[in-house]
Write a protein that binds this ligand. Sequence first.
Ligand SMILES: [Zn+2]
Length: 261
Amino acid sequence: MQLVDIGANLTHESFRHDFDAVLERAWAHGVVQMIVTGASHSGSDHALELARAHPGKLFATAGVHPHHAVDYNDLTDTHLRVLANHAQVRAVGETGLDYNRNYSPREVQLQVFERQLQIAADVGKPLFLHQRDAHHDFLALLKRYRDKVPAAVVHCFTDTREALHDYLALDCHIGITGWICDERRGTHLREFVREIPADRLLIETDAPYLLPRSVRPQPSHRRNEPMYLKHICEEIARDRGESADVTAANSTAAAQAFFGL
Ligand SMILES: [Zn+2]
């Protein structure tokens, strides 16, 4: 089984002390390539640095997460444009809207999301998107830019069937995390994950967050790692009524096409 983790926050400080071991465990568990999420100005620099140190294996995104939208200024915009033009940076983002926590005011989130949509349009790269409790505003803005960008993935999709079909109608890809392995809050996803076309279904750990609850035994530190991607693939396969090998092969082909790996 060969897997691509399309959302790994490997710049997170929790990976600093054993980074090489985390990579080794991922490769040993069937992960062949990973996209390192850039979610802030300095985090995007760091993601690119990791990608450059592991050519052909790690790739980066460059963006500012809606939580950090208040930190976004003209310098950030200029800097992201430089990063986005780099060959190892395969998508603009993580960007989007998060009205669940509202760490940045909604008005600021909207402005900063739109500026990054414009960057993706200008550099002609795919979008790596985050949406939480903001479907209506997010969809409205994305619609205006969708034709200007080559592709877009709504990462860590946790929303409703209706939202899913709104994104599919916009020809978006959908990223599924270990949320689907959570029997307390992910069961709705199990009912409609089969409705995602095989060539637009991408899988991701969102490590170090969202440790799949199907990992047994649960590690005491609760840190998620790319090595657990297989558990997510297996749950999705069960829900789609197909073998995990089929889910893995299709999602890997989809990820490699989406990010040009
Ligand atoms: Zn996210």
